[in-house]
Design a protein around this ligand. Structure first.
Ligand SMILES: Nc1nc2c(ncn2[C@@H]2O[C@H](COP(=O)(O)OP(=O)(O)OP(=O)(O)O)[C@@H](O)[C@H]2O)c(=O)[nH]1
Ligand SMILES: [Mg+2]
Length: 472
């Protein structure tokens, strides 16, 4: 399992483009020109991320990073609508967190979803809407609309997939205390065991089965050292896996290891690191496991550690991974504790179901609605924003009627008002993407209000000095 373990991937996702609406008129024998009958374009497919219990790694996303759903087909005459594009389903292991990434820095912006249940899914890149056919643009004054909408192009964005191990219990402790030896004894996992620190480089999972028949997933993670919570050693990146496990099996080497450390000191050091990483880890249910009890001269340390662990309210087991002593009792106790914690978690999930996708959708819509206005020259303004740019892209600029319709949309959507408030006057140039058109929104025939200082970039002052366009 070691060499296939992948737990973080950045991918680019893009829904399918919407198909174009159709501009068409009914043709019948002996009828010179029938009514409009152009059908709508089909919707582009969505990119969906779905938790699949069969998967155990994000290996599928290690080498392939771009994913695009199918496009919608174009509308046709006789009111025939285009076909919707198929969704693209990206399967990920249960326990994958999906995050939106900042496209510039590739750092996470916020969580989109936490897929903790088999089959749970979230749309990460919606397909573009199909353009509307010309049948939609009939009004009392426009009987024969000679334009249709283009399809909505889907936007791409970057997301992070992070698989958090869905182990029930994690073996945590200093390097070389015997974590891998324990998982090798109680499960079919066969991690490398050696007498030097940091033998384990990536987590290993194993299924442990108690005599009662109850089983649970156990994780063996790389050793932690003092400062691990700040990034020292190897353990830091794996501390997040521990966040997901309901139960911590805190393994302590009662011989003190080769450095002759003290078992109780080690126990306190690791607990301090867990607490420093995430305060709730300090209160996570913990079972303290004193290992290497087969070695002579360890009784005193075992008893001191037992007293401290029990005073902290933790169950305590003295074991030997070398001889197997105490491991059956440990596994039985873990299995029962895991079963209890699972039942508790199921109750909580039922009481407060989490749906991150809805929150993400609202956030996405809010960002897409937002537009900004910047003055580029004395009489030229740039408008940017996802929705406003989309309206422009969906317009057929070679068609005057389509452009007139777009200007009507701008008036309705509040863009014209915002431009007028910013100081735009009739005749100013409005730039959106690589297109420009003339502002006609300020129909009130009164002096434009003073421009908002915030929208004035320093170079505007220079432009003013050229005396360019002194119309206001
Ligand atoms: N005598 C004795 N030696 C043990 C016992 N458990 C583990 N060891 C030895 O301790 C050394 C470290 O064991 P590992 O299982 O690799 O320890 P680990 O905690 O996984 O170490 P890292 O992966 O480096 O964090 C190996 O030489 C083991 O053979 C035990 O119960 N008794
Ligand atoms: Mg190990």
């Amino acid at each position: 399992m070691e060499n296939t373990f992948t737990d973080l991937s950045h991918i680019n996702v893009r829904g399918g483009d919407g198909g174009a609406g159709c501009m068409s008129f009914r043709r019948e024998a002996f009828v010179p020109k029938g009514g409009p009958d152009g059908g709508d374009g089909g919707r582009g497919g969505d990119v969906v991320v779905e938790a699949d219990p069969q998967l155990s790694s994000l290996i599928d996303y290690r080498y392939k990073h771009h994913f695009k759903a199918e496009r919608g087909t174009h509308g046709q005459g006789a009111r025939r609508h285009g076909r919707d594009g198929a969704d693209l389903v990206l399967r990920v292991p249960v326990g994958t967190v999906v995050r939106e990434l900042d496209p510039a820095t590739q750092t996470p912006l916020y969580d989109i979803a936490d897929l903790t249940h088999p089959g749970e899914r979230v749309v990460v890149a919606p397909g573009g809407a199909g353009g509307r056919g010309n049948i939609h643009f009939v009004t009392s004054v426009r009987r024969a609309p000679a334009f249709a909408e283009k399809g909505e192009p889907a936007r791409d964005h970057w997301i992070e997939l992070e698989m958090k191990l869905m182990a029930d219990a994690a073996l945590v402790g200093m390097p070389s205390v015997g974590k891998s030896s324990i998982i090798a004894r109680v499960s079919a996992a066969r991690p490398k065991v050696a007498d030097y620190p940091f033998t384990t480089l990536v987590p290993n999972l194993g299924v442990a089965r108690a005599a009662s028949g109850q089983s649970f997933v156990l994780a063996d993670v790389p050793g932690l050292i003092e400062g691990a919570s700040e990034g020292k050693g190897l353990g830091h990146q794996f501390l997040r896996h521990i966040e997901r496990t309901a139960l911590i099996l805190h393994v302590v080497d009662v011989t003190g290891g080769y450095e002759g450390r003290d078992a109780v000191d080690d126990y306190r050091t690791i607990n301090a690191e867990l607490a420093a990483y995430a305060s709730e880890l300090a209160s996570r249910p913990q079972i303290v496991v004193a290992n290497k009890c087969d070695l002579p001269g360890t009784e005193e340390a075992v008893e001191r550690l037992r007293a401290v662990a029990e005073a902290d309210g933790h169950a305590f087991f003295a074991v030997s991974a070398a001889t197997g002593t105490g491991l059956d009792a440990l596994v039985t106790s873990c299995a029962a504790e895991v079963a209890r914690l699972r039942a508790e978690a199921a109750q909580e999930a039922e009481a407060a179901p989490q749906d991150l996708s809805e929150r993400w959708e609202l956030e996405r819509q809010r960002r897409e609605r937002a537009f900004s206005i910047a003055r580029e020259e004395r009489h030229a303004w740039r408008v940017s924003g996802a929705n406003v740019e989309r309206m422009v892209i969906q317009t057929d600029w070679d068609n005057d009627e389509a452009v007139a319709y777009l200007q009507h949309r701008f008036a309705r959507s509040g863009l014209d008002d915002a431009l007028a408030r910013a100081g735009a006057v009739n005749g100013d140039e409005i730039r959106i993407l690589e297109l420009a058109f003339t502002f006609e929104g300020d129909r009130r025939d009164e002096p434009a209000p003073a421009a908002d200082e915030k929208d004035l970039a320093p170079e505007d002052v220079v432009e003013d000095g050229t005396g360019d366009g002194e119309r206001s």
